[in-house]
Design a protein around this ligand. Structure first.
Ligand SMILES: Nc1nc2c(c(=O)[nH]1)N[C@H]1C(S)=C(S)[C@@H](COP(=O)(O)OP(=O)(O)OC[C@H]3O[C@@H](n4cnc5c(=O)[nH]c(N)nc54)[C@H](O)[C@@H]3O)O[C@H]1N2
Ligand SMILES: Nc1nc2c(c(=O)[nH]1)N[C@H]1C(S)=C(S)[C@@H](COP(=O)(O)OP(=O)(O)OC[C@H]3O[C@@H](n4cnc5c(=O)[nH]c(N)nc54)[C@H](O)[C@@H]3O)O[C@H]1N2
Ligand SMILES: [Mo]
Length: 671
């Protein structure tokens, strides 16, 4: 990003035209970043709560008062039961310095509970780990040369604009684009074909494609022999998924399955842009594994324009040990504090504590996240944060839904005000973020806030007090061949560096699994008592998964990102919120008619966990039986003070313990 600064204020943020992945373009929301940074409601001073929990009434205090209050309370808890303190953080900033560096060192040093950061990508990451060995995939630039592109569980026009640029180039060169998505998203609308399967059935579709690839002999047997393990077992599994069965599971035509597989198998220049939208369901890990097997069956990996990309983040040589310093944990590595899955924050905060769970949570420190809006089963999350005896510190830019529950609300700097280093999960460049302006008001970087709390608690460990510059300079493993020719000083000068990687990463195998091959069958899964082969697992909340629930709640609801929001970030930026307008619910005409709902009606969406309201848009963009509520609204900026996570559940995926946001049955009625 290039920032234009006048009198110490950022007045414009644009893309850097020299940066190859973005080519000078920013997405809609980030192009408004200056508006967000200098927003009149930016938090500029530490505050303490004066109202009830959740009410959002605060009074300003000084930093030294704030740090003293934090230190006194946290020291007292840490002296008795350090695991009663927990962090809660995720993607507010994905910078390596301002996310899990000093913060994580602090929690490690005091022996606090650890957080399993699973809210977004854990099922997909596990699927890739057990198949390829890590989060590795195709390089984005070579999608331009693909002849067939499957855009699978992804909506790049909204959520990955720079990838869409590559797809458009491929289209100009004659590529065929196919969207696989239950919803006719902005992206699906622009593809040659849209396969609107039922949510959570992607694993079956992939197995059905395998069935056709096998029976039509569209396999690369040499690639399979040299670079994969478990083909015979996988073949036996795939043969139990004939296209007719798959068509039934997915709610699509049999011929669609056959044609898709034949097209996919017709060329090695066949690429798959998988994204996390398809793994937010019970079987998300298995589905990722099944899809990830496809390019190894057809040998698409041999061509740089073939293969699959879910996440490329594993290519960046990040030194996570140096950043988070797990060795600071008292008794490490023999002793590990308990781990709390962030998707279960609602249950965790409401748990009274026992021998299995460990001590009741007494303090939570939230940074880079807005759990009251983004975490599933929100009624319970809010009830947890409302506990009078819970001590909550929130580091934020704004008074979010979560901030309203804080005892201490501490102003944090934005991307324009602090130093950071970034990797990507789409492209394969690393980047430096230099501060462009001084901190707004009294805001401080997350790192500085944690250093301050540590100092006030009298902690001595030098790693807690390292400067941002030192942390940043050691965030990457410079000796890694991917970074050959680059060091911290050069990276600071140039702003970004392309990782040195082969064009076709698995053309000659070289997977990072224990066998070094693409593992169709995984011994590591077998050792955990799990199915070593990918399979289709019906969603928890579906006709197959819970027939009794379908009687009461017949509609599947998904709540993927709105184009003008970034999760719950930017919802309070007026220009962006006014473009989104209202919380909407897209509903198919026949489902609407059945309920007497007409376009523009205010509707109530509900299940046993809770309810929310939205304005109905009657449209066949949502397939029958599916409703879509683009998200994630701030509750307090929605007409009824609620959002989509009122109805989502805390249940976890098959692999990785990910959230199941899109595995959710509801009923809808006119208000
Ligand atoms: N504008 C914008 N951009 C964003 C974000 C944002 O909030 N707003 N968030 C960022 C983050 S944190 C992430 S993780 C990514 C997420 O971006 P994506 O990975 O693209 O994931 P989603 O947007 O969750 O879902 C993408 C598509 O998957 C579809 N989908 C839902 N369920 C299923 C299913 O069972 N099967 C299939 N095949 N498709 C399904 C949805 O209808 C949606 O169109 O985007 C990033 N970019
Ligand atoms: N229903 C539903 N729920 C979802 C999803 C969905 O598709 N549907 N998507 C899920 C996904 S993919 C994700 S990744 C999660 C994301 O959930 P979160 O990680 O909570 O992301 P945001 O909602 O963007 O909230 C981040 C907060 O961090 C703050 N922040 C930004 N930078 C900084 C900083 O430097 N310091 C501090 N202290 N704060 C900062 C922002 O102001 C913002 O309020 O939500 C998940 N929740
Ligand atoms: Mo995410």
């Amino acid at each position: 990003m290039r920032v234009t600064v006048e009198d110490g204020r950022a007045i414009k943020v644009t893309g850097d035209p020299d940066h190859p992945p973005t080519q000078g373009v920013l997405c809609t929301k980030v192009s408004r970043y200056a508006e967000r940074v200098h927003h009149p409601e930016r938090l500029t001073t530490p505050m303490k709560r004066v109202g009830r929990k959740g009410e959002g009434r605060f009074e300003p205090i000084t930093w030294s008062e704030a740090l003293e209050i934090a230190a006194t309370r946290l020291s007292e808890i840490a002296s008795r039961a350090p695991e009663a303190i927990m962090p809660y953080s995720y993607a507010g900033t994905m910078g390596l310095v301002q996310s899990e560096s000093i913060a994580q060192r602090f929690f490690h040093a005091i022996g606090a509970s650890q957080l399993d950061r699973t809210i977004c990508a854990a099922a997909g990451a596990a699927g890739l780990k057990y198949t390829y060995g890590a989060s590795l995939g195709m390089l984005t630039e070579f999608f331009e040369e693909s002849e067939v592109i499957l855009i699978w569980g992804a909506n790049p026009i909204a959520s990955n604009l720079h990838f869409w640029t590559r797809v458009q180039e491929a289209k100009r060169r004659g590529a065929k684009l196919i969207a696989i998505d239950p919803y006719r998203s902005l992206t699906a609308e622009k593809c040659h074909q849209h396969i609107a399967l039922k949510p959570g059935t992607d694993g079956a579709l992939a197995l059905g494609m395998m069935h056709v690839l096998i029976s039509d002999n569209l396999l690369d047997l040499a690639y399979i022999a040299d670079h994969t393990v478990g083909f015979d077992e996988l073949k036996a599994r795939a043969l139990t998924y004939p296209p007719a069965r798959v068509a039934q599971i997915c709610g699509i035509d049999e011929q669609v399955v056959v044609d898709l597989a034949r097209l996919y198998g017709s060329t090695r220049k066949a690429s798959i842009r998988l994204n996390y939208g398809m793994q937010r369901v019970r079987g998300g890990g298995n589905a990722t594994r099944a899809i990830a097997c496809l390019p190894s069956l057809t040998g698409a990996w041999r061509d740089r324009a073939g293969g699959l990309l879910l996440s490329s983040s594993g290519w960046a040589p990040v030194d996570s040990h140096a950043l988070g310093r797990p060795d600071l944990i008292p008794g490490w590595p023999q002793r590990q504090p308990r781990v709390i899955n962030m998707n279960e924050i609602g249950n965790a905060l409401l748990h009274p504590g026992d021998a299995t769970f460990g001590p009741q949570v007494e303090a939570v420190i939230v940074y880079n996240s807005n759990p009251v809006a983004v975490a599933p089963d929100s009624e319970r999350v809010a009830a947890g944060f409302a506990r009078e005896d819970l001590f909550t510190i929130v580091l934020e830019h704004f008074r979010t839904d979560t901030a309203d529950f804080a005892d201490l609300l501490l102003p944090a700097t934005t991307q324009l005000e602090h130093l950071d280093v970034h990797k990507s999960y789409g492209h394969t460049h690393v980047m430096v973020n230099l501060p462009a302006i001084a901190p707004v008001g009294d805001a401080r970087p997350n790192t500085e806030i944690f250093r301050g709390i540590a100092r006030a608690m009298g902690l001595q460990e030098p790693a807690l007090f390292e400067s941002d510059e030192t942390v940043a300079a050691n965030a990457l493993r410079w000796s890694d061949p991917a970074l050959a020719g680059t060091d911290w000083e050069t990276l600071k000068q140039t702003g970004w560096a392309r990782l040195n990687l082969p064009d076709a990463p698995f053309a000659n195998g070289g997977f990072r699994t224990p066998s070094g091959k693409c593992e169709f069958s995984s011994q590591r899964l077998a050792q955990q008592g799990l199915d070593p082969l990918p399979d289709y697992l019906p969603p928890y909340e579906s006709a197959e998964g819970s027939p009794e629930l379908v009687e009461r709640y017949p509609l599947a609801m998904i709540s993927p990102p709105a184009r003008n929001f970034l999760n719950s970030t930017f919802v309070n930026v007026t220009s962006l919120r006014s473009t989104e307008g209202h919380p909407h619910l897209d509903i198919h005409p026949s489902d609407a008619q059945l309920r007497g709902i007409t376009d523009g009606d205010q509707v109530r969406i509900f299940n046993d966990r809770g309810s929310m309201q939205a304005r109905a848009r009657v449209t066949d963009k949502a397939r029958e039986g599916l409703v879509v509520g683009l998200s994630i609204w701030w509750k307090k900026l929605s007409p009824d003070g609620r959002n989509a996570n009122q109805v989502t559940s805390q249940r976890l995926t098959d692999l990785g313990g990910s959230a199941t946001f899109y595995d959710c049955l509801v009923e809808v009625e006119r208000v």
